[in-house]
Design a protein around this ligand. Structure first.
Ligand SMILES: [Fe+2]
Ligand SMILES: [Fe+2]
Length: 159
Protein backbone atom coordinates (compact mmCIF):
# COMPACT_ATOMS: atom_id res chain seq x y z
CA UNK A 1 0.00 0.00 0.00
CA UNK A 2 1.09 3.59 -0.55
CA UNK A 3 3.21 4.74 2.37
CA UNK A 4 5.20 7.57 0.83
CA UNK A 5 3.07 10.55 -0.16
CA UNK A 6 0.79 10.97 2.84
CA UNK A 7 -2.38 10.20 0.86
CA UNK A 8 -3.52 7.77 3.54
CA UNK A 9 -3.74 10.66 6.00
CA UNK A 10 -6.74 12.00 4.09
CA UNK A 11 -9.71 10.27 5.72
CA UNK A 12 -11.64 9.19 2.65
CA UNK A 13 -8.47 7.88 1.01
CA UNK A 14 -7.12 6.23 4.14
CA UNK A 15 -10.41 4.39 4.63
CA UNK A 16 -10.45 3.14 1.04
CA UNK A 17 -6.82 2.11 1.46
CA UNK A 18 -7.85 0.14 4.57
CA UNK A 19 -10.51 -1.51 2.37
CA UNK A 20 -7.76 -2.46 -0.07
CA UNK A 21 -5.74 -4.14 2.68
CA UNK A 22 -8.78 -6.10 3.83
CA UNK A 23 -9.57 -7.12 0.25
CA UNK A 24 -5.99 -8.28 -0.35
CA UNK A 25 -6.06 -10.27 2.91
CA UNK A 26 -9.36 -11.86 1.88
CA UNK A 27 -7.96 -12.66 -1.56
CA UNK A 28 -5.04 -14.49 0.08
CA UNK A 29 -7.47 -16.38 2.33
CA UNK A 30 -9.63 -17.41 -0.64
CA UNK A 31 -6.60 -18.68 -2.57
CA UNK A 32 -5.42 -20.66 0.44
CA UNK A 33 -8.83 -22.22 1.06
CA UNK A 34 -9.49 -23.03 -2.60
CA UNK A 35 -6.77 -25.63 -2.28
CA UNK A 36 -8.06 -27.23 0.91
CA UNK A 37 -11.60 -26.30 2.00
CA UNK A 38 -14.15 -25.11 -0.57
CA UNK A 39 -16.73 -24.17 2.09
CA UNK A 40 -14.22 -21.84 3.77
CA UNK A 41 -13.27 -20.41 0.36
CA UNK A 42 -16.96 -19.67 -0.29
CA UNK A 43 -17.34 -17.92 3.08
CA UNK A 44 -14.28 -15.74 2.41
CA UNK A 45 -15.51 -14.99 -1.11
CA UNK A 46 -18.91 -13.86 0.16
CA UNK A 47 -17.17 -11.54 2.62
CA UNK A 48 -14.90 -10.15 -0.09
CA UNK A 49 -17.91 -9.57 -2.37
CA UNK A 50 -19.85 -7.61 0.21
CA UNK A 51 -16.83 -5.43 1.06
CA UNK A 52 -15.92 -4.96 -2.60
CA UNK A 53 -19.44 -3.91 -3.65
CA UNK A 54 -19.43 -1.08 -1.12
CA UNK A 55 -15.84 -0.18 -1.86
CA UNK A 56 -16.50 0.26 -5.58
CA UNK A 57 -19.58 2.40 -4.94
CA UNK A 58 -17.70 4.62 -2.50
CA UNK A 59 -14.83 5.16 -4.94
CA UNK A 60 -17.16 5.89 -7.85
CA UNK A 61 -19.46 8.27 -6.00
CA UNK A 62 -16.59 9.73 -3.95
CA UNK A 63 -13.13 10.38 -5.34
CA UNK A 64 -13.88 9.30 -8.94
CA UNK A 65 -16.66 11.88 -9.17
CA UNK A 66 -14.46 14.56 -7.64
CA UNK A 67 -11.53 13.78 -9.92
CA UNK A 68 -13.82 13.85 -12.96
CA UNK A 69 -14.14 17.63 -12.47
CA UNK A 70 -10.38 18.03 -13.04
CA UNK A 71 -9.34 18.43 -16.68
CA UNK A 72 -7.61 15.56 -18.48
CA UNK A 73 -8.81 12.63 -16.38
CA UNK A 74 -11.64 11.31 -18.56
CA UNK A 75 -9.67 8.46 -20.14
CA UNK A 76 -7.93 7.62 -16.90
CA UNK A 77 -11.20 7.36 -14.99
CA UNK A 78 -12.83 5.43 -17.82
CA UNK A 79 -10.09 2.79 -17.46
CA UNK A 80 -10.63 2.50 -13.73
CA UNK A 81 -14.40 2.36 -14.20
CA UNK A 82 -13.82 -0.37 -16.78
CA UNK A 83 -11.96 -2.35 -14.12
CA UNK A 84 -14.93 -1.87 -11.78
CA UNK A 85 -17.32 -3.07 -14.47
CA UNK A 86 -15.18 -6.16 -15.02
CA UNK A 87 -15.11 -6.84 -11.28
CA UNK A 88 -18.92 -6.66 -11.20
CA UNK A 89 -19.19 -8.98 -14.19
CA UNK A 90 -16.50 -11.33 -12.87
CA UNK A 91 -15.75 -11.71 -9.17
CA UNK A 92 -18.98 -10.10 -7.96
CA UNK A 93 -21.19 -12.23 -10.17
CA UNK A 94 -19.79 -15.53 -8.88
CA UNK A 95 -22.35 -17.27 -6.66
CA UNK A 96 -20.43 -18.42 -3.56
CA UNK A 97 -23.14 -21.00 -2.83
CA UNK A 98 -22.74 -22.66 -6.23
CA UNK A 99 -19.84 -24.86 -7.30
CA UNK A 100 -16.92 -22.41 -7.46
CA UNK A 101 -15.03 -22.13 -10.72
CA UNK A 102 -11.51 -21.95 -9.39
CA UNK A 103 -10.14 -20.46 -12.61
CA UNK A 104 -12.76 -17.68 -12.64
CA UNK A 105 -12.18 -16.83 -8.99
CA UNK A 106 -8.39 -16.84 -9.31
CA UNK A 107 -8.51 -14.69 -12.47
CA UNK A 108 -10.89 -12.26 -10.75
CA UNK A 109 -8.62 -11.98 -7.72
CA UNK A 110 -5.61 -11.27 -9.91
CA UNK A 111 -7.46 -8.52 -11.77
CA UNK A 112 -8.66 -7.04 -8.50
CA UNK A 113 -5.16 -6.94 -7.06
CA UNK A 114 -3.77 -5.31 -10.20
CA UNK A 115 -6.51 -2.67 -9.96
CA UNK A 116 -5.78 -2.07 -6.28
CA UNK A 117 -2.08 -1.59 -7.06
CA UNK A 118 -2.92 1.03 -9.71
CA UNK A 119 -5.13 2.91 -7.31
CA UNK A 120 -2.62 2.79 -4.47
CA UNK A 121 0.36 3.81 -6.57
CA UNK A 122 -1.32 6.26 -8.89
CA UNK A 123 -4.91 7.26 -8.19
CA UNK A 124 -4.63 7.92 -4.46
CA UNK A 125 -1.44 10.01 -4.68
CA UNK A 126 -3.01 11.96 -7.60
CA UNK A 127 -6.15 12.67 -5.56
CA UNK A 128 -4.01 13.77 -2.64
CA UNK A 129 -2.24 16.30 -4.86
CA UNK A 130 -5.15 17.51 -6.94
CA UNK A 131 -8.31 17.48 -4.86
CA UNK A 132 -9.27 20.31 -2.55
CA UNK A 133 -10.54 20.04 1.01
CA UNK A 134 -14.01 20.81 -0.39
CA UNK A 135 -13.73 17.93 -2.85
CA UNK A 136 -12.75 15.54 -0.05
CA UNK A 137 -15.67 16.85 2.01
CA UNK A 138 -17.99 16.08 -0.93
CA UNK A 139 -16.50 12.60 -1.17
CA UNK A 140 -17.14 12.15 2.55
CA UNK A 141 -20.79 13.09 2.09
CA UNK A 142 -21.08 10.54 -0.74
CA UNK A 143 -19.48 7.83 1.41
CA UNK A 144 -21.85 8.59 4.30
CA UNK A 145 -24.82 8.48 1.91
CA UNK A 146 -23.77 5.02 0.77
CA UNK A 147 -23.35 3.86 4.37
CA UNK A 148 -26.82 5.17 5.20
CA UNK A 149 -28.28 3.45 2.15
CA UNK A 150 -26.58 0.21 3.14
CA UNK A 151 -27.75 0.30 6.74
CA UNK A 152 -31.28 1.48 5.86
CA UNK A 153 -30.86 4.77 7.70
CA UNK A 154 -31.20 7.00 4.69
CA UNK A 155 -32.96 10.26 5.42
CA UNK A 156 -35.89 10.77 3.06
CA UNK A 157 -35.45 13.70 0.73
CA UNK A 158 -37.98 16.51 1.32
CA UNK A 159 -38.09 17.47 -2.36
FE1 LIG B 1 -11.35 0.94 -7.72
FE1 LIG C 1 -10.18 0.52 -4.77
Amino acid sequence: MCDYCGCREVGVIGERSDDHEQLVDLAARIRRELGRDRAEAAIALAELQSRLRLHLEREEEGIFRQLAVEPGFDGYLADLEGDHREARQGLLSVDPLAELSEATVRAGLEELEAHITREEQDLFPACRMLLSAEAFAEARVAHDRITARETGNEVASSS
